[in-house]
Ligand binder design. Structure first.
Ligand code: AMP
Length: 176
């Protein structure tokens, strides 16, 4: 697989969405077929022999990487969405953000009981969102043996928040 410096394809936007936050924008990866393919190829390479039965992803940017990955591995994609978007019977989970609460949902029928689900998102910051998503999948009867993010901010301690599930990222940044 050709190597590529992923950092070259991540747009950094200071003070977005508010002052003091450095926003790591992955739309610049999507705008490069080469960088986008590189990310999906890496995911396939990392997980193809790990007996993964399905991939779950968080709305909305998480879907973008999980969808081609699901097709490549020939496995189901489980969308985890913000409250009120999924029409069927759901499991839902509230969790804390910095200054507010959020709620995510998944269709009960989409969760494969007793199967190994790779949980993914585009970026892992505090790990709060993925922690809530993992709870939903486990509550629904699945196993979550691994978590993946294209980009990680380890100084926000996501490893601790997601312990004991192993977390893999393609690139980490040490400041915000
Ligand atoms: P968290 O629950 O703290 O891990 O936040 C994860 C979600 O917030 C991800 O879905 C990201 O898309 C978004 N996010 C948090 N911090 C940033 C950042 N500095 N740059 C871009 N996206 C971020």
């Amino acid at each position: 697989m050709a190597t590529l410096n992923l950092d070259d394809y991540i747009r950094k936007v200071p003070d977005f969405p508010k002052k003091g936050i450095l926003f790591y924008d992955i739309t610049s990866i999507l705008a490069s077929p080469q960088a986008f393919l590189y990310c999906v190829d890496r995911m396939v390479e990392i997980y193809k022999d790990k007996n993964i039965n399905a991939v779950a992803a968080i709305e909305a940017r998480g879907f973008l990487f999980a969808a081609p990955f699901a097709i490549r591995l020939g496995i189901p994609l489980i969308p985890i969405r913000k409250k009120g978007k999924l029409p069927g019977v759901t499991l839902s989970k509230k969790y804390d953000l910095e200054y507010a609460q959020a709620e995510i949902e998944v269709h009960c029928a989409d969760i494969p009981k007793g199967k190994r689900v790779l949980l993914t998102d585009d970026l892992i910051a505090t790990g709060g969102t993925l922690n809530a998503a993992r709870s939903l999948l486990v509550e629904g009867g699945a196993e979550v043996p691994e978590i993946f993010g294209v980009l990680g901010l380890p100084f926000l301690n996501y490893k601790k928040a997601l312990d004991p599930t192993p977390v893999t990222t393609l690139i980490d940044y040490q400041s915000e």
